[in-house]
Design a protein around this ligand. Structure first.
Ligand code: NAD
Ligand code: TDX
Length: 336
């Protein structure tokens, strides 16, 4: 199998590449990544010399480049992880989100159509469904109601993917997963940000009252679900992915502090995120019953493993939390 993975130098993409290379050493993987602030080739250091792995620096919006990769490597499958992925950054400036998440996805779909790709997996998110109150869960047929520029751009990409399937028969499958955590996650997202701030004895900024709820899944379970969908998913279908693990943000932060033996006085309540979604919860029964996938990790053990990973990889994140990150951090949190 020859797979084009876009955004493979980011958090989930790099975890996915490690997972697939280990499981199927004979698969050929081509990683196309623009290396934005979120892309990091260190995530893939251990496999960079693997003869079945190829990295190409480039933009998914570059149709000529994508076409030449598909032709030269005889690509059969595209898995599109590439995206601008942080809600707060989409609030600070949405342009690049529309460019990469919407125009970029459409560019890939166009090449997939033209070159008759065998499968196109669009990695989407539960955020396209919007926000829940205390009851209910997102199902695949829950109406789309994205609330942030980020989620609106991801919902747009989903609609384009479905339209390409409907109109041209492009073999699209969409996955919509809940909040991920694990190794290599960029420390702008809740869990790594809180681990690193706690380790540096810096304030832990909690938006609003800390009672917003997210449904957490370990990244390796997400990767396994994506591979399951790639292998057994039905063309034209959407699959929700989640691990039935709802937690308030304040619960998460307290767990991290406890694990690191740090004082709760580090917790600082700050101005809320504008348009902050209250609750996400995934109903993953379709992938469980139809494709036989289920998560293997419990939150307690996988959170501990994640914290240990950040403890053991200080040089990885120390390099990140300077430069662009510092500018972003000062601007966003300075205003709260
Ligand atoms: P990330 O921000 O860590 O990584 C994104 C990667 O895409 C980076 O390597 C970046 O360099 C690359 N990229 C950005 N723009 C590009 C472009 N124009 N061309 C080529 N490469 C480009 O994101 P992530 O958290 O790994 O998320 C991966 C995918 O999964 C995204 O599509 C996201 O919407 C989705 N998702 C994420 C989560 C989560 O909790 N992180 C949950 C559900 C779905
Ligand atoms: O400093 C913070 N303080 C805080 O209270 C940060 C960064 C976050 N939060 C809150 C906001 C959310 O309620 O924590 C929760 C999680 O925030 P993020 O890590 O930014 O994730 P979220 O906004 O839920 O979106 C994530 O899940 C779905 C990913 O970033 C998306 O890429 C994915 O699609």
């Amino acid at each position: 199998m020859k797979i084009l993975i876009t955004g493979g130098a980011g958090f989930i993409g790099s975890n996915f590449i490690h997972y697939v290379i280990q499981k199927y050493p004979d698969y050929e993987i081509i990683n196309l990544d623009k290396l934005t602030y979120a892309g990091n080739l260190e995530n893939l250091k251990e496999i960079e010399n693997n003869p079945n792995y190829h990295f190409i620096k480039g933009d998914i919006c570059d149709r000529k480049l994508v076409t030449s990769i598909v032709e030269n490597f005889k690509i059969q499958v595209i898995i599109n992880f590439a995206a601008e992925s942080h809600v707060d950054r989409s609030i600070m400036g949405a342009d690049v989100f529309i460019q990469t998440n919407v125009v970029g996805t459409q560019t890939l779909l166009e090449v997939a159509r033209e070159k008759k790709i065998e499968k196109f997996v669009q990695i989407s998110t539960d955020e396209v469904y919007g926000s829940l109150d205390a009851n209910g869960k997102f199902k695949e047929d829950t109406p789309l109601h994205p609330n942030s520029p980020y989620s609106a751009s991801k919902a747009s990409a989903d609609l384009l993917a479905l339209a390409y399937h409907h109109t041209f028969g492009t073999p699209v499958i969409i996955t919509r997963c809940s909040n991920n955590y694990g190794p290599y996650q960029f420390p702008e997202k809740l869990i790594p940000l809180m681990i690193i701030n706690a380790l540096n004895n810096k304030p832990l900024p909690i938006y609003g009252d800390g009672r917003n709820i997210r449904d957490w899944i370990f990244v390796k379970d997400h990767c396994e679900a994506i591979l399951t969908v790639l292998e057994n998913g039905k063309i034209g279908e959407i699959y929700n992915i989640g691990a039935e693990n709802e937690k308030t943000n304040i619960e998460i932060v307290k767990l991290i502090l406890k694990e690191l033996n740090k004082d709760e006085s580090l917790i600082t309540f700050v101005k809320d995120r504008p348009g902050h979604d209250k609750r996400y919860a995934i109903d993953a029964n379709k992938i469980k019953t139809q494709l036989g996938w289920k998560p293997k990790h419990t939150f307690e053990t996988a959170l501990k493993a994640t914290i240990n990973w950040y403890l053991e990889n200080k040089s990885w994140w120390n390099k990140i939390i300077s430069g662009e990150y510092l500018k972003y951090y000062k601007k966003w949190y300075g205003e709260r």
